[in-house]
Ligand binder design. Structure first.
Ligand code: DC
Length: 231
């Protein structure tokens, strides 16, 4: 499919809770527009992976902040593939493990960690032509983004999506356990004091429950074309 030349070099924020369809939708949207795609969650996951590998206490904010300051994290997307590099090494697969998923909210709630991540994320977005996905992109990272979307889906559908994803990757998971973990993670992400998961006032809330990915992408593209036309 060709790219949409009609849409200029916009900054597009796609936020929402875990497994609301953000990654798939944001990646396809970037592809359709010929934009870069950046997954900010992957950056927090990479840092969580390093903390686990080094045995750093997840409840020690000073140690985690220091770790962030001495770690290089890069997210790259090229030819439809996205890569996450931790200190120069490809960790794209490892960061999706259940262990990292369980640890990441603790890393992401440390204000000093978030400050450093946000700085890197803003640098990534410089120049526009980017779809950036996360929890606080529209509210904190890029409050001036041209288009903001907040994707949601019912808790049941989100749990099932994540369950199928993990099974497809060969992880053994219990549905009930996963549901409990995702509920906890949603709560930690939404209730943390620094940059909690909330929609920006000017974000379009898009419920993806029961909708086909292509349909959601078309919906977002349509809204971006509208914004582009006003520039
Ligand atoms: O989207 P994800 O599941 O890969 O995100 C992993 C974790 O990182 C999630 O618990 C929330 C956190 N996160 C965040 O706090 N801010 C972001 N911009 C992106 C993710």
């Amino acid at each position: 499919m060709g790219t949409e030349d009609a849409v200029g070099r916009l900054c597009i924020a796609v936020d929402g809770p875990a497994a609301a369809g953000k990654s798939t939708v944001a990646r396809l949207l970037a592809e359709r527009l010929g934009y870069r795609y950046a997954d900010t969650g992957a950056m927090y996951r990479a840092l969580a992976l390093k903390a686990l590998r080094l045995g750093i206490d997840l409840h020690d904010p000073v140690a985690l902040e220091e770790l962030a300051a001495t770690t290089s994290i890069a997210v790259e997307s090229a030819e439809g593939r996205t890569l996450t590099l931790l200190d120069g090494r490809d960790v794209s697969e490892e960061i999706r493990s259940p262990e990292v998923s369980r640890a990441v909210s603790y890393v992401a709630m440390v204000p000093g960690v978030r400050r450093q991540m946000v700085r890197m994320q803003r640098a990534l977005a410089a120049g526009g032509g980017i779809v950036m996905e996360g929890r606080d992109v529209g509210t904190v990272v890029l409050p001036g983004a041209d288009c903001k979307f907040f994707l949601t889906a019912s808790p049941k559908e989100r749990t099932l999506r994540r369950y199928r994803e993990l099974l497809a990757k060969g992880y053994q998971v219990e549905l009930a356990e996963l549901e409990a973990e995702m509920t906890l993670r949603d709560r930690l992400d939404s209730e943390r004091t620094t940059d909690p998961l909330v929609p920006a006032d000017d974000a379009a809330i898009v419920d993806t429950t029961g909708r086909k990915v292509e349909e959601v992408v078309e919906d977002l593209l349509e809204r971006c074309r509208g914004v582009s036309g006003r520039h």
